[in-house]
Design a protein around this ligand. Structure first.
Ligand SMILES: Cc1cc2nc3c(=O)[nH]c(=O)nc-3n(C[C@H](O)[C@H](O)[C@H](O)COP(=O)(O)OP(=O)(O)OC[C@H]3O[C@@H](n4cnc5c(N)ncnc54)[C@H](O)[C@@H]3O)c2cc1C
Length: 447
């Protein structure tokens, strides 16, 4: 066994990293959690003002609950919808303080690389006999190399947004336009209000991040005259985001899509379809965003552009481990066909665990949001099952590792008439959702 005395290193103290820690603790395995932010749930805190679509019943890992219950923790109402801030305050922070986890979480510690100790990625002989190495920079910048018997990289994708430009590349001028670009989920009605009040905002993207920001801007515009909202999407249809309305397995998400649709219909949002961004140019206090459209070039001037264009995983830190990733989604190769947005526009995923997540590098796993690579439909409950299975495998309990289950509500989003309702006559794509509308876990398209 590879340095069985070394701990399992968990990268990231988000919901999935902490769930991994809870399962490892239950299994009696030594572990350490390395978190780049100043506290647990640091990425979620950046979108803490956003309300989740998943009620509490789907947001709490089973092993985490078992650690929390004896501490006098008050479980939240299972049917209530937490905000990101609620999730951190009422779940992740108390979980981190449970006796079995406290003292094993190092905050302010950013992992910069994972490798096999003493061997670069090209060397094969003896690879499985050596521990993994995790290089991390601590709060004072000191770099340490930690030996680990296994690594669970649950560092998410937050902070690694897709560019605004087409073809997966930043548009010319995108870097220079940074002062005019907001992150994917600005707090429009809270701390970032002044940036948007009475000004022109262009929101780019087709996920629920875009929807959240657009609806917050609509609310702001009611109180702040002169607030103008444009929404640019690459495709010809936004039906996927309008979603299933009353038929949605997660009612809060259905309601969001319905409200968005109404705001566009009522002219509160200027929706620009088929807009493929080719250039950004800084003007005199604003930014000109040029896009190719079927009718030729069009320029949208904005005071701020919200890039809600989705996320991609940071793979640079993993160059010295042997990964088996799908070239399209950048998800583990066996997981990719289950979540590939080209094949699964509704994001259904069967339960999956350690076997599907394994790489040629023994003991290395991607889990949580990062395991989905560029696919936008990750749900926390899926990640909890991933890390339960990984912890079982690391403990040598093969049977438990291979017995995977996912208990998520069925979706009503896959019905084809929802798609055709918004379809522009003659446009490509459309009613091809989800292989016959098979019910399955509810997708959430982030980005
Ligand atoms: C706006 C929004 C709404 C969502 N709503 C839902 C919902 O309703 N239901 C649902 O199931 N899912 C939802 N999701 C999707 C997903 O479940 C969450 O994004 C969830 O936070 C993913 O958990 P995670 O632990 O994989 O990653 P994260 O929560 O991103 O946690 C990763 C952690 O790793 C840390 N980190 C990053 N890089 C490093 C590094 N190099 N070294 C050390 N630490 C590092 C980060 O600081 C962070 O704390 C939503 C996502 C977003 C963005």
């Amino acid at each position: 066994m590879r340095d069985a005395g070394a701990p399992v290193a968990v990268v990231g103290a988000g919901p999935v990293g902490l769930a991994a820690a809870a399962h490892l603790a239950e299994r009696g395995l030594d572990f350490v959690v390395l978190e780049a932010g100043p506290r647990v749930g640091a990425a979620i805190s950046e979108w803490g003002h956003v309300r989740l679509f998943s009620p509490w019943r789907y947001d709490i890992d089973a092993a985490a609950r078992r650690l929390l219950e004896p501490t006098g923790w008050t479980p939240p109402d299972p049917d209530a919808l937490p905000t990101g801030d609620d999730l951190v305050r009422d779940y992740l922070a108390p979980l981190a303080e449970t006796p079995r986890l406290a003292g094993r979480i190092r905050t302010g510690t950013r992992v910069t690389a994972v490798a096999r100790r003493g061997l670069d990625v090209t060397r094969t002989a003896g690879r499985g006999d050596r521990p993994l190495l995790v290089r991390a920079a601590g709060p004072d910048g000191t770099v340490t190399d930690l030996a680990a018997r296994a690594v669970i990289d649950a560092s998410g994708t937050w902070g690694h947004g897709n560019p605004l430009g087409h073809s997966g590349l930043p548009a010319p001028g995108e870097d220079e336009a940074a002062p005019y670009l907001a992150g994917p989920l600005p707090d429009v009605l809270g701390r970032d209000r002044d940036r948007f009040a009475g000004r022109r905002t262009l929101v780019v993207g087709m996920g629920h991040s875009a929807a959240n920001t657009l609806l917050a801007l609509v609310e702001l515009a009611k109180a702040e005259p002169g607030t103008r909202i444009a929404w640019a999407v690459r495709g010809s249809s936004v039906a996927r985001l309008y979603g299933g309305g009353d038929a949605d397995g997660l009612p809060a998400r259905g309601a969001l899509g319905t409200r968005l649709k109404r705001a566009v219909r009522d002219g509160e949002i200027d929706l620009v379809r088929d807009f493929s961004i080719t250039r950004l140019a800084n003007g005199d206090g604003d930014v000109q965003v040029t896009g190719a459209t079927p009718d030729g070039e069009r320029v949208i001037a904005a005071d701020t552009v919200v890039a809600a264009t989705g996320f991609r995983p940071d793979l640079d830190m993993l160059r010295e481990v042997r990964l088996d990733l799908d070239p399209g989604t950048e998800a583990p190769a066996e997981l990719a066909p289950l979540i590939d947005p080209n094949l699964h526009s509704c994001g259904t995923v069967p339960p999956h665990g350690e076997r599907v997540l394994a790489h040629p590098e023994p003991g290395f796993y991607l889990a949580g949001m990062k395991s989905y690579g560029r696919a936008p439909t990750f749900l926390m409950a899926t990640g909890y099952e991933q890390v339960r299975s990984i912890a079982a495998a690391l403990a040598g309990d093969r049977e438990a590792a291979d017995t995977v289950r996912l208990d998520l509500p069925e979706t009503g989003v896959c019905s084809t008439d929802l798609v055709t309702e918004d379809q522009i006559p003659g446009a490509a794509g459309g009613a091809s959702c989800c292989g016959g509308g098979r019910p399955g876990p509810v997708p959430i398209s982030i980005g």
